[in-house]
Write a protein that binds this ligand. Structure first.
Ligand code: AKB
Length: 323
């Protein structure tokens, strides 16, 4: 029997692309997209879509039972920057949604769970370069705290109740289809949009702020791969370090200038600088590479080329549509 998949938070940056990929791989009829509102019409109109409130156990359970779901990807979350503005909202959404899904797995309504963690689990006392899987973790953001606590609960549910939960510590994710919302690494997506629309970007981080980053295609591949691999290969049940590349805002600006020599960038660091300062500069993901053969593909040059190409097409198409 084919697996039935539910994506919670399917309208978001990663959830939307994951939905498209899983439909391509497992058939549109087997992948149910859900979110709290109809905020992404490309997703809403692309297949089965349900309104699901991730904070409400009954809302999630009704959908799981309706479609006989066996696998849940829980992508709904409040990210680092928004989390600092609304700490209790971030705590409530990020933790309640995780418990609902873990409890559904514990009660055997579902068999498998994917839950994203983040480099935000690390803090200013963590070694910054090539940050190891097992190290000091003292996150300073509410988002980071929810991810660290969530990791502990995932491991606990696996060890105590046999829940098959799998997780990745995503770095900043760069993509062109859906905008990210409320993260500290969002500058690395906004910069490409602004380069095309304004030829100029005012960055909220300092020019030399090095952070771990990854192109969306690589992030989706990692997610699909860890979920598809044999149970025994998943040796870490908290969350795996995951890495591709690291760069600074200045390095992205320089790579854009290779294609658009007149592109200009200014820097006005805001409260997000402090968050970025507390995160690693680069990540050691050797366990993922060893356990389930993770390998990234895209470097900064590839990413810039693809982002500018796809966004140019997208903006031209929307101008033509409005004529
Ligand atoms: C954020 O910036 O909050 C996220 C993340 C690194 O988890 N993109």
């Amino acid at each position: 029997m084919k697996s039935k998949i539910l994506i919670i938070g399917a309208c978001g940056q990663i959830g939307s692309e994951l939905t498209f990929k899983l439909r391509e791989l497992y058939g549109a009829e087997n992948v149910i997209a859900s979110d709290i509102s109809y905020s992404n019409l490309d997703i809403v109109n692309s297949g089965i879509f349900e309104i699901v409130d991730a904070k409400n156990y009954a809302s999630v359970k009704v959908c799981v039972e309706k479609y006989k779901i066996d696998t849940v990807y829980l992508m709904a979350a409040i990210l680092s920057a928004t989390g600092e503005k609304y700490p209790m909202k971030a705590w409530d959404l990020n933790m309640e949604s995780l418990f609902h899904v873990l409890n559904l797995a514990r009660a055997k309504f579902i068999k498998k769970v994917f839950w994203p963690s983040s480099i935000a689990v690390f803090g200013s006392t963590t070694p910054k370069e090539y940050t190891p899987q097992y190290t000091i973790m003292e996150p300073s953001t509410v988002y980071g705290i929810t991810k660290q606590v969530g990791e502990r609960w995932c491991e606990y549910y696996h060890n105590k109740y046999g829940v098959d939960v799998r997780s990745l510590r995503y770095p900043g994710i760069i993509s062109w289809k859906t905008l990210p919302g409320g993260g500290t690494t969002d500058y690395a997506v906004e910069i490409y949009h602004k380069a095309i629309t304004d030829g100029f970007y005012d960055c909220f981080l300092k020019e030399d702020t090095m952070l771990p980053m990854m192109f969306m295609d690589d992030a989706i591949k990692a997610t699909v791969d860890i979920m598809a691999t044999k149970k025994d290969n998943v040796k870490i049940r908290s969350s795996y370090n995951l890495a591709a590349i690291s760069f600074t805002p200045k390095e992205v600006a320089d790579s854009i200038k290779q294609h658009m020599p007149d592109f200009k960038m200014t820097y006005h660091p805001d409260y997000r600088q402090e968050i970025a300062n507390s995160w690693p500069k680069s990540i050691n993901d050797s366990y993922a590479r060893q356990d389930w053969k993770w390998k990234h593909q895209f470097n900064l040059k590839d990413i810039t080329q693809e982002m500018l190409f796809q966004l140019n097409k997208k903006y031209k198409a929307s101008i033509n549509e409005s004529k």
